[in-house]
Design a binder for this molecule. Structure first.
Ligand SMILES: NC(=O)C1=CN([C@@H]2O[C@H](COP(=O)(O)OP(=O)(O)OC[C@H]3O[C@@H](n4cnc5c(N)ncnc54)[C@H](OP(=O)(O)O)[C@@H]3O)[C@@H](O)[C@H]2O)C=CC1
Ligand SMILES: Nc1nc(=O)c2c([nH]1)NC[C@@H]1CN(c3ccc(C(=O)N[C@@H](CCC(=O)O)C(=O)O)cc3)C=[N+]21
Length: 294
């Protein structure tokens, strides 16, 4: 039976440490860190994320500024909100919930973020820093996966890591972070041929696909470490809605060495890394000696 990597427990531990740090920093700098989340429309996965994030911010002493716009919001409206948040001295981190409705140009909006407030590390400056192995704001979900691997004492150097998924949000940055830790990295995607043959070579297999229970036991090498990034809402036979990952947990838990559950795996760590990034931006602003927005 696989060891279960408990993301909820690690998130709780790290969020407690962040709360203690925020209390000290607020006493020193006179204001709390602030995080703004920009959400357009009503994507259910995003709604769950926003709710968890607001609760976590509250507990950690971080002020949260929610901007929820209807699906009909225009590019110009969003640009104006981003400009205001960039200028707002109470805001240290800004997150644009993805995906945005099709009529909006998400790349242009991400490019407009102040890179020092880019809480999800998606601005080209921050992605470029990641490619170069420089310090900077890093995407929350991949950073959370790296924390989970470290907490479970998984050796990464020299291992075959296979990431299924190549999004800018998860798959690509995660592949770069694994490479930085000296894994031999393969990125698989929808055009990959003989996917099961590729994934069966993985010592560390990470699924970030967005398809419920897509990864089955025949795709996994015995004793592999399996990390499930997927968050999919499905309706079961009794008509009840529940969350499942991209991994067929019940069959793979029997053969893997480690596995993350859904819920309670990567999701809570994404929220934790968002708080971490916000506090990092806040500290850096004060350490730089004054705000560049004045
Ligand atoms: N746990 C968390 O905190 C988070 C979870 N998520 C979840 O993670 C999942 C992935 O998210 P995200 O990266 O944003 O999704 P995207 O839809 O942006 O990317 C999905 C990737 O999976 C690949 N893919 C799709 N179908 C297949 C297939 N049949 N075989 C192989 N590869 C396939 C796609 O390939 P191609 O590029 O060729 O189309 C693409 O690269 C979703 O379930 C999402 O809800 C996302 C963010 C945070
Ligand atoms: N720019 C951007 N960055 C993201 O990271 C991002 C995004 N946009 N858009 C939406 C997806 C989805 N996502 C989730 C994160 C945590 C949970 C989470 O905390 N899940 C809990 C359970 C939630 C529940 O029970 O409803 C868990 O897995 O245990 C869910 C979903 C981040 N995303």
């Amino acid at each position: 039976m696989a060891k279960i990597i408990d993301g909820k427990a690690l998130a709780k531990k790290m969020q407690k440490a962040i709360a203690d740090e925020v209390a000290q920093l607020q006493a020193k700098y006179g204001r709390p860190p602030g995080l703004a989340v920009l959400m357009v429309g009503d994507n259910p996965a995003s709604a769950a994320y926003v709710k968890n994030k607001e609760t976590a911010c509250h507990k950690a002493g971080i002020t949260s500024f929610g901007k929820h716009l209807p699906a009909s919001a225009t590019q110009a409206e969003l640009e104006q909100i981003i400009d205001e948040l960039n200028k707002d001295d109470r805001v240290d981190g800004i997150l644009i919930q993805l995906p945005l409705p099709d009529h909006l140009d998400s790349v242009a909006l991400l490019n407009r973020l102040d890179p020092d407030k880019d809480a999800d590390g998606l601005h080209p400056n921050n992605l470029g820093r990641l490619v170069r192995g420089e310090e900077g704001l890093r995407s929350c979900t991949p950073a959370g996966v790296m924390e989970l691997l470290a907490e479970a004492n998984i050796e990464i150097a020299g291992k075959n890591a296979v990431v299924i998924g190549r999004s800018i949000l998860v798959g690509k940055p995660l592949a770069l972070m694994l490479l930085e830790e000296n894994a031999t990295v393969t990125i698989a995607h929808s055009r990959t041929k003989a996917l099961a043959e590729v994934t069966r070579k993985a010592d560390i297999l990470i699924a970030a696909i967005g398809r419920p229970e897509f990864v089955t036991a025949d795709m996994v090498k015995p004793d592999a470490v399996v990390i499930d990034v997927g968050i999919n809402r499905v309706t079961d036979d009794l008509g009840k809605s529940r969350l499942v990952g991209d991994v067929d947990y019940d069959s793979i838990v029997a053969i893997a060495s480690h596995i993350t559950p859904v819920p309670g795996g990567v999701g809570p760590m994404t929220v934790t890394m968002l708080l971490h990034n916000t506090v990092w931006s806040y500290r850096r602003k004060f350490a730089e000696g004054g705000s560049r927005n004045q």
